[in-house]
Ligand binder design. Sequence first.
Ligand SMILES: [Mg+2]
Length: 421
Amino acid sequence: MGEGGRTTRECRLLHVDMDCFYASVMLRDHPDLVGAPVIVGGADRGVVLSANYPARAAGVRSGVPTRQALRVCPDAVVLAPDFTAFSEVSRAVLAIFEEFTPQIQVLSLDEAYLDVAGAVRLLGPPDRIAEQVRARVWDDQGIRCSVGVAATPTVAKMATNRAKPDGVCVVPPAEAVAFLRGHRVEQVYGVGPRTAAVLHRLELHTVADVAAVPPEVLEAALGRHTGRWLWQLAHGRDHRAVEPGRSQQRAERSMSNESTFAADTADAAELARHLLRLSTKLAGRLRGAGMAARTIGVRVRYHDFATLERSRTLREPTDVTHEVFAAARGLLAALRTADPTRPVRLLGVRATGLVTHDRWQPQLVLGERAEGWADLDRAIDRAAARFGGSMVRPATLVRPPEAGAATSEDGGGGGPGRSTV
Ligand SMILES: [Mg+2]
């Protein structure tokens, strides 16, 4: 262990991940709640998006229904998510990363790889750079993050899990194999529940177990590609590559907003209102992220949990509320014609095929796109930024009382490394 740091230039990769990102952002505006269990998510029939550590300690997990989480942790305070704030903080954090290196691969709103090889001469060894990044993020944004430092992406990402919360974990190349083999298979970045289940059936529970069998066994059980990848990883060969610069459009390949209704409904007007509200939110998030969607999708879950989805690719990408809603309304109408009286439990709108503004120059064909709609959206965004989103809504949303619908977000897409096998 060298003086002042355990890392060398070889250990050039930082995986930076905000701690309980959604909850941390929401807590900045609620300092009185720090230390109390906090859930960010939809109230009533919604789901948990994120929970802070006190809530997690009580057994709250993201993705479970909020009601269920409140049974586990009755003292928890439920805060509604503020997606505009999330994307603002995300962009600010990315700007901080760019102070350290231009070699960045963004994996999601709150997670990125930084290749800091080029910064070592100026800033010191990577583990010290990791502390500098953490200090900058905390000073500037009031958010804690954890950093894994390693020579390869998989190890760096897994080191971050070990570092959490609010820490740094360095895995020098010489220790990477031992580090990996100390993990259970389901803890390996890229091993999903199905793969883990297959491995457990073979009595392979740890990466050390995996390393001890011939590669053919893994290939037979998991398929050639996955089997070989896992075997090589267990032997210290990580072929996953960091792709700097391919950030935003890869990080968020989709966005969606959905609502579970307080009561199932088959009322067309009510469904249209929900659809407009969801479309408004979704388009606002697209604009907040500087993105436009090529494809709009609609998801309907019926009272019996049967779920149908339809999507349509537009002639050109859009971030315009009116266009998102028009596409979504057409899709919903097509879905409902078969069974117009079937009660709907959940409605969702999804944007996929996302492109960033720098890659998308709106083609202003006269008469093709109503310019006024985009202007209206921008005005709404500005007003929402000043007065809060609930103040400013399209007029059709103002009239009826909202049916206590809670919005959950599935984060959508995920980075290239996010895929589970
Ligand atoms: Mg995180």
